[in-house]
Design a binder for this molecule. Structure first.
Ligand SMILES: *[C@@H]1O[C@H](CO)[C@@H](O)[C@H](O)[C@H]1NC(C)=O
Ligand SMILES: *[C@@H]1O[C@H](CO)[C@@H](O)[C@H](O)[C@H]1NC(C)=O
Ligand SMILES: *[C@@H]1O[C@H](CO)[C@@H](O)[C@H](O)[C@H]1NC(C)=O
Ligand SMILES: *[C@@H]1O[C@H](CO)[C@@H](O)[C@H](O)[C@H]1NC(C)=O
Ligand SMILES: *[C@@H]1O[C@H](CO)[C@@H](O)[C@H](O)[C@H]1NC(C)=O
Ligand SMILES: *[C@@H]1O[C@H](CO)[C@@H](O)[C@H](O)[C@H]1NC(C)=O
Ligand SMILES: *[C@@H]1O[C@H](CO)[C@@H](O)[C@H](O)[C@H]1NC(C)=O
Length: 233
């Protein structure tokens, strides 16, 4: 298990790879740059260019662990991470209709370097999206999004089938397949409201004053030019 992971990482480094979902699995290797994906496959919404798979992995109906390696991406020491769920198989490629159901609040990762790094992050108990109800046997897809500092995002998915939390089908979660390595820091994200929707725009009226002022200055300047022209004529 561990050696196969290391091999994945070695080949990943060759193509300046991005994110890898290490638990509970992923759709497959999309760390590919070729003629079809000249910018790299993993930038493609919703699942990094990978179609829905049928070799689904199992995940608890009560939510469970997700582990990933966010650092296989050159040039970005920090990134925002989103984890979403898409329900069912009614979508365009027999996957979900959409991936619009957040499972965690987005957070920032603080990597050690701008170069690729192998660190792993483990979210041991990711809940289902708010108000979601699922039963054993339902199919869904977990989407991991890594938003780079320039605003483009990398996508990885894993197709799951829900099982009861005590199901023997579940792969055991342990310190080898789900751990936080010390090279990745974490930051919470906050927003600060500068102007709520619908508020009177005082800033604009200030700008209008400034604009009126410079317009007056322009008028004051005109006659000088005209005077100059008159002198020239
Ligand atoms: C499904 O099969 C693909 C191709 O063999 C493999 O890369 C991927 O890891 C498998 N996914 C799971 C969840 O086992
Ligand atoms: C690029 O790689 C993808 C994924 O392996 C593959 O489906 C596609 O056919 C490849 N394109 C070319 C031009 O080789
Ligand atoms: C879930 O996915 C599996 C594998 O693709 C499929 O065999 C099964 O019919 C699906 N179940 C439902 C309820 O759609
Ligand atoms: C997303 O997909 C679900 C089905 O999984 C559907 O009920 C919902 O309306 C969709 N939402 C959007 C915004 O398309
Ligand atoms: C890893 O770090 C995240 C973010 O701080 C935290 O939520 C999670 O519980 C940690 N995982 C483990 C296994 O301690
Ligand atoms: C969850 O359900 C409650 C009650 O129906 C509703 O008020 C709330 O808006 C829902 N939340 C989301 C995120 O859909
Ligand atoms: C906007 O201007 C009005 C009237 O001058 C004032 O009462 C209000 O406090 C101002 N709002 C802000 C956010 O500055």
């Amino acid at each position: 298990m561990l050696s196969s992971l290391i091999i994945t990482l070695a080949s990943a480094a060759l193509v300046s790879a991005h994110t890898i979902i290490t638990y509970p699995g992923w759709r497959g290797n999309n760390l590919i740059m070729n003629e079809s994906f000249p910018y790299g496959m993993q930038w493609m919404y919703p699942c990094g260019g990978m179609r829905t798979t049928t070799n689904r992995t199992y995940w608890p109906t009560t939510g469970g662990a997700i582990a990933f390696q966010p650092g296989w991406f050159q040039g970005h020491a920090t990134a925002f991470i989103y984890v979403n769920l898409g329900f069912g198989t009614d979508g365009p490629d027999h996957g979900p209709m959409n991936m619009s159901n957040p499972m965690v609040s987005p957070f920032q990762i603080l990597g050690p370097t701008k170069n690729p790094y192998p660190g792993t992050m483990c979210l041991p108990q990711v809940p289902l999206p708010v108000n979601a109800t699922v039963k054993a046997g339902d199919n869904a897809t977990i989407q991991l999004v890594e938003l780079a500092v320039h605003g483009a995002a990398l996508y990885s998915c894993v197709d799951i089938t829900f099982v009861e939390p005590d199901s023997p089908l579940l792969e055991e979660v342990n310190e080898e397949n789900c751990f936080n390595s010390t090279d990745i820091g974490v930051a919470d994200l906050y927003t600060l409201t500068v102007r709520p929707s619908g508020q009177t725009l005082n800033a604009t009226s200030n700008a209008q004053h400034r604009f009126a002022g410079s317009f007056a200055g322009y008028l004051g300047w005109m006659p000088l030019v005209l005077g100059g022209l008159w002198v020239l004529l």
